[in-house]
Design a protein around this ligand. Structure first.
Ligand code: 48H
Length: 259
C-alpha cells in the first residue's frame, strides 16, 4: 500500500508542475497582493502560478501585528472581504476601519486564489528571472532548502509571458534582476529607490500608485512596489495590498491582451 501512496503523490505533483512550465503569469510570493492578483488572473482564465518560498501561503498577513493576529482594513473593503468569506469587526470610535482575524484572512485569500484556478507551489524560491530579447520571459526556480543550505544545485526554469514581483519588502528579486541585467527600471531614477519609513496613510495610497510595470513583462505590487518606487511602509493595515493586487491583475491582463 505504501508505494501506492508515494506514487500517487509523485505522479500528481509532477503532472501539476509539468502543466505549469509555460504559463501566462508567474507570481513571486503569496502575500496579500500576490494572492489577490492570482485570484483575478485565474478567474479571467489566464494560466497563473504563484511561487512561494515559505511553507505556508499568506506572507505578512498571518503574523498580524507583533504576533497579535488581527489586522486592519479600510471600511471601503467590507463588501469585498465579505464576498471572500472574511468576517470583519468595526473599530470603535470610527467608521473608517474594520479589523479581521489574520489567520482567517490568509486562509480565505489562499482558498479563493486556488479555487479561482491559480496554482500555488510552496517551498520553491524564485532565485532569478529569465530575460530574452529585451523582455522578461519567465522565472528561475529552486528548492528553498537548497538555497538556504548553500548547496551547489542548478535550478529549473518556468516560461511565462509576464512576471509579478509580489515578494514584499526590499523588492529583492527586481533589485537582483536590475543589477544583473544592467538595465534601467521604469522608476524616477531608473533604479531601485528603496523603501521609506512608516507613514500609514501615504503608504496605503502609494502602494496602489506604485503598482506598475517596471520593465517589459515585469510588474511589481505590494511592498515590492513601494521598495522599487521609494515609498512609505504602512504597518498592519492591508487595504493598499488588496487594491494593489487588483491593479496588478488589470495591468497584467492589459499586457497579456496586447502581446
Ligand atoms: C519565492 C518569495 C520570494 C522569492 C519573497 O510581504 P508579503 O506579505 O507581500 P505583500 O507585499 O503582498 O504584502 C505586504 C504585507 O504583508 C506587509 O508586509 C505589510 C503591510 N507591511 C507593512 C509594514 O510596515 O511592514 O509576502 C511576500 C511573500 C512572502 O511570503 C515571501 O516568502 C515570498 O513573498 N517571497 N517567494 N521566491 N524570491 N521573495
Amino acid at each position: 500500500m505504501e508505494h501506492l501512496i508515494s506514487s500517487a503523490i509523485i505522479d500528481r505533483y509532477f503532472a501539476k508542475l509539468k502543466a505549469y512550465l509555460k504559463i501566462d503569469c508567474a507570481i513571486v510570493g503569496s502575500g496579500p497582493s500576490g494572492l489577490i492578483c492570482g485570484y483575478y488572473l485565474a478567474k479571467a482564465g489566464y494560466k497563473t502560478a504563484i511561487f512561494e518560498r515559505r511553507l505556508k501561503p499568506g506572507g505578512g498577513i498571518t503574523g498580524g501585528a507583533m504576533l497579535f493576529n488581527e489586522i486592519v482594513f479600510p471600511s471601503s473593503l467590507i463588501e469585498f472581504l465579505t464576498q471572500f468569506g472574511i468576517r470583519t469587526v468595526r473599530v470603535s470610535g470610527t467608521d473608517d476601519f474594520v479589523t479581521a482575524d489574520s489567520v482567517e484572512v490568509a486562509s480565505a485569500l489562499t482558498y479563493q486564489a486556488v479555487h479561482a484556478g491559480a496554482v500555488i507551489f510552496n517551498g520553491i524560491c524564485v532565485e532569478d528571472l529569465l530575460m530574452k530579447e529585451g523582455r522578461i520571459a519567465g522565472l528561475v526556480i529552486n528548492w528553498n532548502e537548497v538555497l538556504q543550505n548553500g548547496l551547489h544545485v542548478d535550478p529549473l526554469m518556468i516560461e511565462s509571458k509576464t512576471v509579478l514581483d509580489a515578494g514584499g519588502h526590499d523588492a529583492e528579486l527586481t533589485a537582483k534582476f536590475a543589477r544583473k541585467a544592467g538595465i534601467k527600471l521604469k522608476t524616477k531614477t531608473g533604479g531601485i529607490m528603496g523603501e521609506k519609513p512608516m507613514w500609514a496613510e501615504e503608504g496605503e495610497k502609494s502602494t496602489v500608485d506604485n503598482t506598475s510595470s517596471v520593465f517589459p513583462g515585469l510588474f511589481v505590487s505590494g511592498m515590492a512596489a513601494n521598495g522599487v518606487h521609494g515609498s512609505f511602509r504602512m504597518g498592519p493595515i492591508f487595504g493598499g495590498m488588496i487594491y494593489s493586487g487588483q491593479k496588478a491583475a488589470e495591468l497584467i491582463i492589459e499586457e497579456l491582451e496586447r502581446i
